[in-house]
Write a protein that binds this ligand. Sequence first.
Ligand SMILES: [Fe+2]
Length: 389
Amino acid sequence: MFDEITTFSFPTRIVFGRAAIRRLPACLEETGVRKPLVVTDPGLRASPAFDAVVSVLKEAGTSHEIFDRVHGNPVEDDVLQSVAQYRAAACDGVIGLGGGSAIDVAKAVVVMARHQGALADLEAQAGGMDRMTGPYDPIIAVPTTAGTGSEVGRSSVITSHQLGRKIIIFSPWLMPKRAILDPELTVSLPPFLTAATGMDAFTHCLESLTCPTYHPLCDAIAIHGLELVIRYLERATRDGADIEARGNMQVAAAMGAIAFQKDLGATHSLAHPLSTAFGLHHGLANALCLPAVMRFNLEAAATHYARLARLFDGADRSATEKDAAAKSIDDVEGMISRLGITRGLRNHGIPHESLETLSVSAFDDSCHKTNIRPCTQADLLALYEESWR
Ligand SMILES: [Fe+2]
């Protein structure tokens, strides 16, 4: 027992609460940033969240620059253009404002502002982590969705022009110095995006809980994250102005991302190619594939799933572990349906003839390697088939 040495860390300082954005000037001062570059996307530029950030900066008299051209699936050009602006304006820190995309670009900006080579050099699976020798300028993350948890994560996903595919950059130096979670900044997120991003957070919690890596701290965080999503995601989707639900979903999303430093599972391997090949929203892709993966994992993950069933209201505490585990799948499917998500990849523009090719990409994706039940490519194809119907 405990022969293997493991390390645990939860270092991001999170500033959470209604109007927490008012603490932005203090966060900049504490981290030594005098001239930040605000990195965001065109949709957010027109939103009240953007206005709130800029008015706080103006009120504090903080000189700042704005880059507002981040793509939904960020590309290398987003990074190169914002780095050029960052250098030209002599910025000394970034504020990533938006969903995971803007925050991911913000993370890459501080690295590329210093790195002499290409973005592709930094790819995690090509040994990029060793080429990132921080510390870099501080990153302040201000999420406006509650799902990816990039605000507490140490990775960034960008499409490399050179390689023509998404690459993952991973380093402890990419961890934001501050994450400001202000539920008021998420109230304008429409119901579909609230539901889809929330299901991403749910999947992070569940896949990290079930993955076999030993990390009891992450497990406890994952369980509470699941509980929060079960209690608040439907509320936040129904009524975007429900601050209690919005705030708890922000916390759940951060908890999901903290938990998945443990690792993820097969649902994420199935979801990634669906977004790359067909532009399917990442959270939606997870929601559509998760029930099939749960059925595949049922026996191996019975203890975890039985625990999940008890987090849903009305679970029968006298049920056997096996029955409770099976019930959890019905509970998850019920929640997805109440969120207004129509089941079946076929209903979301995924052609049946693409499943074989998708399964090749899913097998290449590393997430399934930490699935609680090992997967072959044939298993992943069968999971796509089941999720398609
Ligand atoms: Fe995810």
